[in-house]
Design a protein around this ligand. Sequence first.
Ligand code: HEC
Ligand code: HEC
Length: 677
Amino acid sequence: MIVIMRKRTLRVFSMSLSLAAIGLGAWILASSSSPVRAQDQTKSPAYHSPLSLAISPDGKTLYASDPTAASVAVLDISGKTAPRTVALKGVPRGLALSGDGKLLYVALRGTGTVAVIDTAKASVASEIPAGRWPEAVAVADKSKRLYVCNQDTHSVSVVDLATGKAIEEIPVIREPASVAVTPDEKHVVVANFLPHGAATDITLGAAVSIIDAAKLAVASTVKLPAGSTAVYGVCVSPDGKWAYAVHQIGRFNQPISQLELGWVNTYALSIIDIAGGSRLASVLLDDLEQGSATPHDVVCSKDGRQLWISHAGVHEVSNVRIGAVHELLEGKIPDALAKLRDGSLPDPTPEKGYRGKDPMPDEVLAARSEANIWVRIKEDPRNVYKLENDLTALYLAGAIRRLPSGGNSPRGIVLSPDEKQLLIANYYTGSIAVMDTSTGKISGKIAIGAQPKADPARRGEMLFHDASYCFQRWHSCASCHQGGGRIDALRWDFLRDGIGNPKDTPSLVAMGKTAPFNRLATRNTPRECTRTGVIGSHRIDPTGREVDDLLAYLLSLQPEPSPHLTSDGKLTESAARGKAVFEGKADCARCHTAPLFTDLKQYNVGVVTPHDMKKYKGMYDTPSLLEVHRTAPYLHDGRAMTLKDVLTTHNKEDQHGKVTGLTPAELEDLIRYLKSL
Ligand code: HEC
Ligand code: HEC
């Protein structure tokens, strides 16, 4: 039976204890703020959705990229002057300001350039060529370089700012999403958004790349814990020793029914030793029964002792006393904390726990009297990995505060030069909240412009990204369908088709036209699929309007033109040859029929799993191949890391297209064609 819960309910104590992986600790509840809806009803051409922020060195001017309005907003922090906007040709994403504040660099998705804005004139002065999908930029003033994360080519461009030309393109792992330069400019830290590997690998997880700026090459690749994905924010400590990356840890080796235990999607801060190229620790930002969904950005105070993190999915900002965390990791534990045992938790009262029903089992009592996690790490440093599974460590140490962000979906954040204020870009609210860093209270808001009334698709988009819509705020739809309804590159075991047969997260880009749904075609209409999706993933019974809104958003998703096409949107010569193979001797088009590249039917293509329920007979739904270049891993269980693996390793007997007869060159052309879709 599916348990449907609308309200946050207290966890039954025995359940969290039955999972040895979960540490015990203080029972501290974060504030449960409800999302703020777009209030302003005035008509205007486009929604405002502030994403990334940069602040002038004098602290007077704030810049916000506004992707839905295709502009950068120039805002007076005192609020005295009206906002100005700089219109842009592409979709603005990440921002970076030169040290003197004179030039603002803006990554423009779609145009494949970085716009250079003259801040005195508030106009575009020049454009620097980059990958097609630049996501983030960082300036190295002393070495006069700009580092650009290219999500399309999975690389970082190094631009010489004297000439405005790229001097190197350094391959990283996958979809680099943010970049930070150490103060001495010797190292460049890059967050790879998605993991790259087969989802059948239980250790699959994303990584952080550290570039040696002198050698123009990756010095080390630091793997994050298994299940790490959606690595968005990264920053470095002022002394250049540490990098802090915020990300999700999907417990993708567990069935989705673990939601009640907080064991589906969790959210972490990873601490990385930059010069050593290793990970010191990954500590969870959630508490026992309140997820801190979708950390987006992270900034560090000048003394290196505080971190501020935006949590887009729960409309919060957290403040982590990172200086204290480092001390705890070194074994310097305040006496008061050292005395706290995990067993010093308050007893659950009979009505909240099971105490009244059964006596407490011995192993539970034993676990509850264990020394706390920080003491256990001091006793044996190898215990540090347990922090990845401990939903209470930061709370027990009083090292985290979670605060309402003053709006819906906080993304970019920046500290004022005097660090008295934290500026927070609330994406869906369309304004910037000003937080007083000493009190954690919102002291003001800076509007970008009039926010149009949200239509059903925009309302659906908000709901899709809103983890406060989920049981105990553990995740939003976007936690798994990242990147605008796409993928997390992991697989998940929903229970609709039996247990023990996880499915690779599909992209929802063409879903409106590609019924039936789910890999085994278990749902027939988009509405039914969306409604049951909410129940299955969120343990929430949605209202009719919520389903309509979610559906309006899903139907509004459009595939982006492949970055593998030529600049004028055509197939390359190789891809054009591949098209002929696809439609001809490889026999792909029979099932993957244009324009959606699916005939909407199910087939057994020889990749059956023993755990499949017999009634499905291994008949998987033919997936659309639109945007297949960005949706690895592949096949229903994500067993194939690359397109080549789909066609060769997992297709030895030509049950899935006729591939064994192709020459290596034909196979290469075929793959180029697939990447162009
Ligand atoms: C824990 C990860 C996770 C979460 C959270 C999640 N999904 Fe999914 N979604 C999946 C996976 C995995 C599948 C494939 C399931 C299958 O094949 O049986 C899927 C399938 C779907 C499909 C069918 C797509 C198709 O074309 O077959 C839709 C639609 C969908 N999800 C929408 C949603 C919505 C809406 C939400 C939020 C209410 C949501 N999902 C939350 C992982 C997730
Ligand atoms: C008989 C019908 C059929 C033919 C012919 C066929 N496919 Fe498929 N294809 C499928 C089905 C069904 C799946 C889903 C299998 C699964 O989920 O495990 C699939 C999956 C895929 C995937 C993985 C997509 C993803 O998102 O996981 C790719 C890529 C693909 N096919 C490419 C091709 C190519 C290239 C050819 C020609 C060489 C081809 N297919 C021929 C039916 C077919």
